[in-house]
Design a protein around this ligand. Sequence first.
Ligand SMILES: Cc1cc2nc3c(=O)[nH]c(=O)nc-3n(C[C@H](O)[C@H](O)[C@H](O)COP(=O)(O)OP(=O)(O)OC[C@H]3O[C@@H](n4cnc5c(N)ncnc54)[C@H](O)[C@@H]3O)c2cc1C
Length: 443
Amino acid sequence: MVHDVVIVGAGSAGCVLAERLSRHPDRSVLLLERGPGWPGTEVTDLYHLPVGADAARLGRTVGYPVRPDGSTVVRGNGIGGSAAVNGAYFLRWHRDDFRSWEHTLADIDAAYRDVESAMSVSAFRDDELTDTTHAFEQWFGPVAGGRSSVDAGRGPAGREGIDSRWPRVGVNRVRSNSIRDACGGRRVTSAEAILRPALDRSNLTVRIGAEVTALERSGDRVTGVRCGAEVIGCGEVVLCAGTLGTASLLFGSGFAAGSLRIDEHREILVHYQPTTPAECPVPLLPSVAHTESGVEIRCYGGDFADYIDGVPRVGPAMGVAAMSPATSGELRWDGIGLTVDLGAAPDLPARLGPELDQVRDMLHSAAFRGLVVPSSVRVDPVVRTSQHAFGSLPMGERTDRFGVVEGARGLRVVDGSILPVGGRSGPHATITMLAGLIGASAR
Ligand SMILES: Cc1cc2nc3c(=O)[nH]c(=O)nc-3n(C[C@H](O)[C@H](O)[C@H](O)COP(=O)(O)OP(=O)(O)OC[C@H]3O[C@@H](n4cnc5c(N)ncnc54)[C@H](O)[C@@H]3O)c2cc1C
């Protein structure tokens, strides 16, 4: 046995965990990443999500097949994982989303602060917003929850002494893991900000182009991993391969059977035509409103075509997404590969009806006069995905609070798979925080 711990996947969680576990000089850590790259070489342009055909050709993304419609969901492949291709929205979950967690809120807050400060997380500034986004915040500030957190979002602690790092019901200025100036911005991943500074540690080894194809086991004990023709023995394997990558390895190695449930944040878009197109670059998602009913109303900064290659130009949109409760789907194994079923969600348009009506009313209101062509407002009939699939092995059900998998020894999962249900924001910040929380508590 050469390594104490083998971590599979150098994504949002894996990079943080590798750094935290290798802080102990007598613990040797091997981090294996399927895709290409090296910390600091990720594509970093904040205003470009590299998930088009070029990124797939360069091996920076992989697609997992979706049933029944035959489409694919994309995930990051390579150092940085999905954080290297995502929208860099880095919002915490709400404080009361952690009610069921066994970790204390003080520990969770400290773990969020650690990753936020390392990854340069800050709220988008007023001067980064379009007029439409300012009008959105004016509209939803007083409507949702009766108070706006926009003012509080400007500084480290808001006017009323409220810690603006925690989102709440009402408007939330989006916080982003990025460095921005007047002319542009770049995303800051956990690979660059947290893993890279640790690369000179003699007890930490990172290998790229190293796809783990199976877990080695002896009975219910995991003894190592198979990586190409090589078998790598170790004391413990930690799967950080992302919800879809981790499920593939668990199914393929006999640690999961049948199907695994997943949560997803499905979204319906309301398109509109602005009277004056925004001048690029503007952030993809600078502001959101969270409702009491667990819906996130997203004020996108522009047309998706401005950010993602190959996407048809249809105009900007507001998004209405079911966050908590999320919609549920399933992961299945066909003996060769994983298929993703995001769930039919036939009730979603009705469930989101009040918020869709609210968005339509807003776009027709006086606040948007002169900003939006009223006749252009239309609800898109397609139910979309936020690319968030998580929660296949929720903490407290299939894993414990440190990610130890029920029924397996020498195996942990620390990635989006173990998020329990209930978060009212996107998963990126919370997955990254959780890896820090678990890593810091390892003795
Ligand atoms: C296009 C896109 C946009 C998104 N935008 C946002 C956003 O703005 N805000 C937000 O909150 N969330 C967003 N998300 C979701 C968020 O990025 C992910 O939930 C989060 O990054 C997942 O972290 P993870 O550590 O679980 O997995 P990942 O970051 O996906 O890391 C998994 C890593 O494991 C590697 N791997 C997989 N299988 C193997 C194997 N067999 N052997 C070796 N390595 C392997 C992969 O290559 C990858 O590097 C977005 C996702 C996508 C795809």
